[in-house]
Design a protein around this ligand. Structure first.
Ligand code: SF4
Length: 117
């Protein structure tokens, strides 16, 4: 049996969660205050996901903040950043505009989170 410790990042409470593993199999999860923590550590062990928050350069030369519209597989973050770094947000981009559709084949969009110039 092995133990792995996680800090849940789902809410500000930041519960310290301990997962007991028998090989690859999860045999116990404790320290989570709610079900979301259990889901979080299970996902971390099997298919970790992240919301990507970054900026895209706009046609005016100023960065526009963007984020993915949903979580993407952690292993795809580098591919997502490659695509994001290769695009320019159009002049007059508005909050909520889709900058990239289906980034890195994830089925998730990259969306502006503020107005550009
Ligand atoms: S386990 Fe629940 S209460 Fe604790 S940090 Fe995660 S989401 Fe918040």
């Amino acid at each position: 049996m092995t133990e792995r410790k996680y800090t849940c990042i789902i809410c500000p409470q930041g519960c310290e969660i301990t997962v007991t593993l028998d090989g690859e199999e999860i045999v116990n999860i404790e320290g989570n205050t709610c079900q979301r923590g259990k889901t979080y550590v299970t996902e971390e062990l099997t298919a970790p996901m992240r919301t990507l928050t970054t900026t895209v350069m706009s046609a005016s030369g100023r960065p526009v903040p963007v984020r993915t519209s949903a979580t993407v597989p952690k292993e795809k973050l580098f591919d997502c950043m490659k695509e994001i770094n290769a695009v320019t947000a159009p002049k007059g981009v508005r909050r909520g505009d889709i900058i990239i559709d289906n980034v890195a084949g994830t089925g998730v969009s990259v969306v502006a989170t503020a107005d550009g110039e």
